[in-house]
Ligand binder design. Sequence first.
Ligand code: ATP
Ligand code: MG
Length: 475
Amino acid sequence: MTQADPATRSRRDGDLPEPRVYERAEHGISRALIDDNALKVLYRLREAGYRACLVGGGVRDLLLGREPKDFDVATDATPEQVRGLFRNCRLIGRRFRLAHVLFGREMIEVATFRAPHDDAEGDEQVALSDEGRILRDNRYGTIEQDAVRRDFSVNALYYDIEDFSVLDYTGGVEDLRAGVLRLIGDDVETRLREDPVRMLRAVRFSAKLGLRIAPEVEAGIRDVATLMQTVAPARLFDEVIKLFHSGAAVTCLDELERFGLFAPMFPEAAACFADPETGADRRQFLVESLLNTDKRINEGLGVNPAFLYAAILWAPVQVEAAARIEAGEQEIPAWQQAMAEVLDRQVKTVSIPKRFSLVVREIWELQARLERSRGGRALRLLTHPRFRAGYDFLCLRARAGDADPELCRWWTELQEQDEAGQKALAGTASGKGPKGRARRGGRRRRRGRKGDSGGGGQDGGSGNSPSGGDQGGSE
Ligand code: ATP
Ligand code: MG
């Protein structure tokens, strides 16, 4: 470990820390581990005379010996200058202006070093809301300034293409070694107010990477958790997917609840889970769904955001439908109305784009059809475009004691048959088919015994399920 040679590190700010420099031999990141397109971007920027570093999750994950999800580049070139260097480049974002360099389906995100916002009075490139939230963040600065305005120390490490060293301005390497997730800067609350999504990022990184959230960050999150309500619903849609598609979804759910972050985003689901009588069972269904999602992600299988939202919001739909039926509404319109209203109310906090909410409804609507279809109808249902997602959902409900395991088994068997066998099974279904009906709505079945629910869709890869547990495929 050596101090930086000031001659080789451009544009240093007097009051900002010198970086710890981890030379090539000290950090174990080899270029062979870095995406070719990211390397192309780094080299092209450097050849044009700019600074170019890999930053963020790419560096963090490589230091942890994990395969990065994506590679982000930071540079002193402005977005316009970046666009000048790459034909396949577009500029995006108003709040945070960025360059996206496209290589076929792959994209490398290039961000210009940012300056802090604290001394930004009168600067129209920067804006804060009354709660201290960053509304605009486009004042460019030096690499040192850029480092200290990132979120966590482990996310503020720079792999410098100039000499392949890792530059650490915030103690991120030591924190990684100690397994700690620490916010940069002394004033935790201010950093969380600037961008409350950092609270969700803390939960996600700690769950996914097995890092401990530093105690002062834990305390800060509890203090300002309700600020989650001020975040744009569209942004929360993306963040929720990142949380629950992280491969550690169950831990994320536990942690979100522990910090009081789940309820501001999903008030109705949280209220259902808090019900002393039915809450535990209803939550268990979501847990089963998330376990299934984790398994699929960790096996490299596709997952669909619609399936996730269908699972999170299933409890509120059940409760709403039961209340309507109790009040005398007919069963079918009561369910239809419940689905529509729960979705309408939900999008006020976490938005769900139409292309997903339509699929959410289809998955829900299929539940009644899977419970009731016999004979030719059952066979036709097999070709429904959402059949697999609906069937997986049914089997997860069975596993959580919310549907009859026999029903899941029957649909599993039906799919395993050849054409003649399917006809035979469906044709005799009225006598031999799914016996019980899942009880939906207010009253609850007892939870089935573990392992008694047929496996079906949730056991993708076990050979138990003809569909392999598709969750409706990926989007
Ligand atoms: P991953 O891509 O694995 O989810 P990441 O750390 O790369 O994790 P990105 O969202 O890709 O996360 O962001 C890249 C980097 O940008 C982060 O590592 C961090 O340095 C910075 N960053 C992202 N979001 C924020 C934020 N809300 N506040 C401060 N810095 C952020
Ligand atoms: Mg990233």
